[in-house]
Design a protein around this ligand. Structure first.
Ligand code: HXC
Length: 258
């Protein structure tokens, strides 16, 4: 296990595992922690050997929100001049596949951090929620937007307007998480899913992620045109030639990320 204090980074083959490490504050996402997370992601982006990222917290808390003690006395002007919230968007647009492995509390900015990832694997003890309304604000790091896109209007309204917490099982029924596993194995489940994704040709994985995120952002015909362009572009890659040739020759493809 290497890395700096607030983010522990481990490399497992072609995966990076990033663990939020501020246990005394239930991994509340203060500036220092999000700074380290951003720096770790910047390094991973440049490292061609890493093909997928798993972000986890501890068993007790994925993250209990943005750090309330850092913002309780801030003004609107100060908040709007602060680049902090942009880091959630940067994670959302990260070019390699990302999976949140969530156990315990994923509240407020913590829930938004999980939502910014491509997929979520939850432990049976996971608790999701957007409790910001209970402290006089709204989710400011994508919660209203990503929940509305992921769950639809009615469900997003209920969660955001009541601040109610949902269990892992309810989150699965709502379509908020990809799968639920026992506390003892949720992290392994997340790593297994990440391995499956990391084994795919990376340029195709990147194009797939780009297209899905774009589809959530624009109208249908723009999204379909963009998908087609990304599809066409892959025909200039070695991995497309190898993948299709291997199929025809009835052998396993060897992808090189080119
Ligand atoms: C700062 C936090 C924190 C937070 C917990 N702590 N959540 N500090 N910001 N979001 C600290 C507590 O102050 C306490 O520190 C320690 O972590 C342990 O928490 P307890 O409350 O003692 O634990 P427990 O009784 O088990 O309750 C757990 C909890 C509760 C239900 C998760 O801590 C809680 O309600 N936290 C706040 C959840 C929340 O409102 N999140 C949304 C934040 S706003 P001390 O020093 O007292 O031991 C937000 C905005 C998003 O996220 C938009 C921008 C990103």
């Amino acid at each position: 296990m290497g890395g700096s204090e607030l983010i522990l980074q481990e490399t497992r083959g072609s995966l990076a595992l990033l663990r939020l490490n501020r246990p005394q504050a239930l991994n509340a996402l203060n500036h220092a922690l999000m700074d380290e997370l951003e720096n770790a992601l910047d390094r991973i982006e440049k490292d061609a050997a890493i093909r997928a990222v798993v972000i986890a917290g501890s068993e007790r808390a994925f993250a209990a929100g943005a750090d309330i003690k850092e913002m309780d006395s801030k003004t609107s002007e100060q908040m709007s001049a602060d680049p902090h919230l942009g880091r959630w968007d940067k994670l959302g647009a990260f070019p390699k596949p990302t999976i949140a492995a969530v156990s315990g509390f994923a509240l407020g900015g913590g829930c938004e951090l999980a939502l910014a990832c491509d997929m979520i694997v939850a432990s049976e003890s996971a608790v999701f929620g957007q409790p910001e309304i209970l402290i006089g604000v709204i989710p400011g790091a994508g919660g209203t937007v990503r929940l509305a896109k992921a769950l639809g209007k009615q469900r997003a309204m209920e969660l955001v307007l009541t601040g109610r917490r949902v269990t892992a099982r309810e989150a699965a029924a709502l379509g908020l998480v990809n799968r639920v596993a026992p506390v003892e194995s949720y992290l392994d489940e997340a790593l297994k899913l990440a391995e499956q994704v990391a084994a795919q040709p990376p340029l195709a994985a990147r194009a797939a992620k780009t297209s899905i995120l774009h589809a959530l952002d624009v109208g249908l015909s723009d999204a379909l045109s963009a998908e087609r362009r990304l599809f066409w572009e892959l025909f200039d890659t070695e991995d497309q030639k190898e993948g299709m040739k291997a199929f025809v020759e009835k052998r396993k493809a060897v992808f090189r990320g080119r």
